[in-house]
Design a protein around this ligand. Structure first.
Ligand code: NAP
Length: 255
C-alpha cells in the first residue's frame, strides 16, 4: 500500500515526548518529513534522529510554542528547508494542579499560553506555508478535560476548552484553502507527563477504574493510540472531516 503522507511536511509541537513523539513517528512512517517544535532541545533532537533513521528528513530546534518570535523563526527555517508545511499538530502541553484558592496568576497565564496561545501562533505561522499548496491539516490535541470537570485542572481545562472553540472558528476560516481543522481528545494516557503521577501498575489500574474506562482490557491509553487518531485526521481518509473532535478515552466520556 502506498504511504499516505509521502511528500508531506508536518510540524509537531511538543514532538520530543509522549503523544507528540508518537505522532511525529507515526506521520514519518507514513512518509512525512517532520519539524519538531519542542522547548526541550535534547528531546527534540533525539526524535529528529529517530525520524531520520526511518529515512525521512527532520528539523528540530528548541522552540517555545507560545513565543511568537521563536515560532516564526522555526517556521521560517522549515520554509527554507522544505519549501512548505502541510500539517501542524498542536500538541505542546504542560500540566498544572491547583484548585481555585491555590491557583496563581502566573500559573494560569503560563498554562493557557502553552496550550491556547501556542495553537494560535503555530497555526497562524504555518498557514502561510500551507495555503500556497491548497491542502493542509491542523490537528489539536485537546483533552477529555475540555468536556468533563475535574478538581484542580482549572487553567488546563479552560485552555483546552478554548482550543475546542477556536478549532471550529479556524475550520470555517481555513476551509477555503483546502485546510481541515480537527481535535483529538485523549483520556489519561501513559506519557512522561502523567507517568510520575501514576507510578505503579496498581495505581494505573485504579486510575483506569475510577475514571470509568469501559474498553477491554481496562487500562490507560498508550501514546500510539492517540497518534493513530492524529494520523487518521492528517491522512487521506479524512478529507470530508473538519471542525470535529475524535475522543480516544476508553469510553470514559461520551459526548
Ligand atoms: P509530555 O510527555 O510531557 O510531552 C509534552 C512535550 O511538550 C514535552 O517535550 C514538553 O517539554 C513540551 N513542551 C512543553 N511546553 C512547551 C512549549 N511551551 N513549547 C514547546 N514544547 C513544549 O506530555 P503528553 O502527555 O505527551 O502531552 C501532549 C499533549 O497531550 C498535551 O497537550 C496534553 O495536554 C495532551 N493530553 C495528554 C494527556 C495525558 O494523559 N498524557 C491526556 C489528555 C491530553 P518539557 O518536558 O520540557 O515540558
Amino acid at each position: 500500500m502506498p504511504m499516505q503522507l509521502e511528500g508531506r511536511v508536518a510540524m509537531v509541537t511538543g514532538g520530543g515526548s509522549g503523544i507528540g513523539r508518537a505522532s511525529a513517528m507515526m506521520l514519518a512512517r507514513e512518509g512525512a518529513d517532520i519539524v519538531i517544535c519542542d522547548i526541550d532541545d535534547a528531546a527534540g533532537q533525539k526524535v529528529a534522529a529517530e525520524v531520520e533513521a526511518l529515512g525521512r528528513e527532520a528539523l528540530a530546534s528548541p522552540t517555545d510554542s507560545s513565543d511568537s518570535a521563536q515560532v516564526n523563526r522555526l517556521v521560517e527555517r522549515a520554509g527554507k528547508r522544505f519549501g512548505k508545511l502541510d500539517i501542524v499538530v498542536n500538541n505542546a502541553g504542560i500540566v498544572s494542579q491547583a484548585t481555585i484558592r491555590e491557583l496563581t496568576e502566573e500559573s494560569w497565564d503560563r498554562t493557557v499560553a502553552v496550550h491556547l496561545k501556542s495553537m494560535f501562533l503555530c497555526s497562524q505561522a504555518a498557514l502561510e506555508l500551507m495555503i500556497p499548496g491548497g491542502w493542509g491539516r491542523i490537528v489539536n490535541i485537546i483533552s477529555r478535560a475540555a468536556f468533563k470537570g475535574r478538581a484542580g485542572t482549572g487553567p488546563y481545562s479552560a485552555a483546552k476548552g478554548g482550543m475546542l472553540a477556536y478549532s471550529r472558528v479556524l475550520a470555517v476560516e481555513t476551509a477555503q484553502w483546502g485546510v481541515t481543522v480537527n481535535n483529538v481528545a485523549p483520556g489519561t494516557t501513559l506519557t512522561p507527563m502523567v507517568e510520575a503521577g501514576f507510578p505503579t501498575e496498581d495505581i494505573r489500574a485504579q486510575e483506569a477504574r475510577s475514571s470509568g474506562v469501559i474498553t477491554q482490557p481496562m487500562r490507560l491509553a498508550e501514546a500510539d493510540e492517540i497518534a493513530a487518531a492524529v494520523l487518521y485526521l492528517c491522512g487521506t481518509h479524512s478529507d470530508h472531516v473538519t471542525g470535529t473532535t475524535l475522543h480516544v478515552n476508553g469510553g470514559t466520556y461520551m459526548p
